[in-house]
Design a protein around this ligand. Structure first.
Ligand SMILES: CC(C)(COP(=O)(O)OP(=O)(O)OC[C@H]1O[C@@H](n2cnc3c(N)ncnc32)[C@H](O)[C@@H]1OP(=O)(O)O)[C@@H](O)C(=O)NCCC(=O)NCCS
Length: 441
């Protein structure tokens, strides 16, 4: 159970994000898989909270597994080509029923308001309609897609009007043609095109994993365009449903990325509260594909020594950091990580091994013009990950001025005697640095 102080701190810490998100347009893809998951109730609660905090929400409902199940029930085979279902005329009625049923379910969920539910008092109005004009996908490689469609036009003025009236806009994966026909579209395509057309602040894609996971099973908090492409291609060759869902989301994020949607989040629909954690905490809980930052966190090399020296010199001069000569830095450069922004080193930090189970964070410094942008936290998280990979269970830091910053990052005050002997022997009694310790799992 969270204690009172933690709850108050957490609530206050989220206020920056509440202010930043207010009145912004977020487009959220709710895949058919997400809607079938046991955690979907919680996703709806969290979306209603976002709406009540002033976020303008456009939800896009997918229906892929529900359509497949409905077709199978009628013994109708449906084939895929180029990752798109071929919707023959015999299928479209069944598609309409499956999609209609999902729409009704979501209306019902957002209408909940009993006293014991988190939706009590929220009184949300959903609005849906013919906001997407579709055209036939056509014939490709000799395959006729029949009633599978593509986006022809997003009616942004009509959507914005609803959002400005305080309504939550819900779109299905169906679009309507100028000839009055109904087409079955990919929900990923609709979500992406809507985000682009509305110039949305965020595109949020709910997926079955915590985000994009690397080969070592670690969550990748932020991805470049090339990373996103690599993981999309890797997932696309796997045949399981989760991989398909993630690869589609990644391809959608690439399209949004190259069309100036600045922040695309991949967030788990299975993990209770992941959406709130990603949007209201510094640490987040998902993967972000973002094109608004040109910074790069990487291992330092010998050619970075001058840049690091320029960065740390003022802090050495005022006594914040221990002095390091160029020679020492050159010898120890393999312990350093840096963040480079448009060619300049704006942040550095080092991880020094002490013994086989403990390491020390040292020389963390962020350019004074770039502080409070999360660079320190990013470096620390990265070094903690390296420490865990090296098998360290204890991470020390000795600091004179930043103890609170480290405590907020999970460190606790420790005694000098907690330091391994070889490090204790080097402790500078005049500096009187505080010893902080974090246990790594
Ligand atoms: C301490 C330092 C590494 C933090 O890096 P950063 O990139 O600015 O930190 P983040 O953006 O991740 O976090 C910023 C938050 O930490 C807070 N913070 C920064 N320095 C702090 C300190 N010394 N004590 C407590 N909190 C501090 C900021 O006020 C901000 O909080 P807010 O968002 O509530 O206003 C950076 O300020 C720095 O380089 N300081 C000078 C060098 C230094 O003191 N190094 C530590 C030697 S051990």
């Amino acid at each position: 159970m969270i204690n009172r102080k933690d709850m108050i701190d957490l609530f206050r810490a989220s206020s920056t994000y509440i202010n930043a998100h207010r009145s912004k347009v977020f487009v959220v893809l709710l895949s058919g898989e997400a809607q079938a998951d046991d955690n979907f109730f919680n996703v709806v609660y969290d979306l209603s909270l976002l709406h009540n905090l002033g976020v303008k929400l456009v939800l896009v409902q997918g229906a892929r597994p529900q359509i497949t199940a409905a077709l199978e029930k009628e013994n109708i085979d449906s084939s895929y080509h180029q990752n798109l279902r071929v919707t023959e005329s015999v299928c479209i009625e069944i598609v309409k029923q499956a999609v209609g049923s999902l729409g009704i379910n979501i209306d019902a969920l957002f209408s909940m308001g009993t006293r014991n539910s988190p939706m009590h008092g929220s009184d949300i109005r959903l609005c849906r309609g013919n906001f997407v004009t579709a055209k036939p996908a056509g014939i490709h490689d000799g395959v006729d897609f029949h009633f599978t469609g593509k986006v022809r036009k997003i009616h942004t003025a009509a959507i914005n009007k609803q959002l400005n009236q305080g309504n939550l806009v819900v779109l299905s994966n169906l679009g309507y043609s100028l000839t009055g026909e109904v087409f079955n579209l990919s929900a990923e395509e609709i979500a992406t095109e809507v985000a682009i057309a509305l110039n949305a602040e965020k595109l949020i894609l709910m997926i079955p994993e915590d985000g994009v996971i690397d080969d070592k099973g670690q969550l990748i908090p932020s991805l470049s365009e090339s990373d996103a492409k690599k993981y999309a291609d890797n997932k696309a060759i796997l045949k399981d449903e989760d991989s398909k869902c993630i690869s589609q989301a990644l391809y959608a994020s690439l399209r949004a990325y190259s069309n100036h949607v600045h922040r695309i989040h991949l967030i788990s629909f299975k993990s209770n509260g992941a959406l709130l954690q990603e949007l209201f905490t510094r640490e987040g809980n998902g993967s972000l594909v973002s094109n608004d930052s040109f910074d790069q966190l990487r291992d330092a090399s010998i050619s970075d020594v001058t840049g690091i020296l320029n960065l740390i010199k003022p802090l050495e001069n005022d006594g914040t950091l221990v002095e390091r000569s160029r020679e020492l830095l050159e010898n120890e450069i393999q312990n350093f990580k840096i963040i480079e922004l448009e060619g300049a080193i704006i942040a550095c930090a080092a991880l020094y091994p002490i013994d086989y189970q403990s390491g020390e964070i040292a020389c963390i410094a962020i350019d004074s013009n770039e502080q409070k942008n999360g660079y320190g936290a990013r470096l620390l998280t990265n070094l903690e990950k390296s420490a865990s990979e090296l098998g360290f269970t204890k991470l020390f830091v000795l600091t004179t001025v930043a103890s609170h910053w480290f405590i907020e990052k999970g460190f606790s005050e420790a005694e000098l005697d907690d330091l391994p002997d070889q490090r204790k022997g080097l402790y500078n009694m005049q500096r009187k640095s505080k010893v902080l310790l974090k246990q790594l799992s």
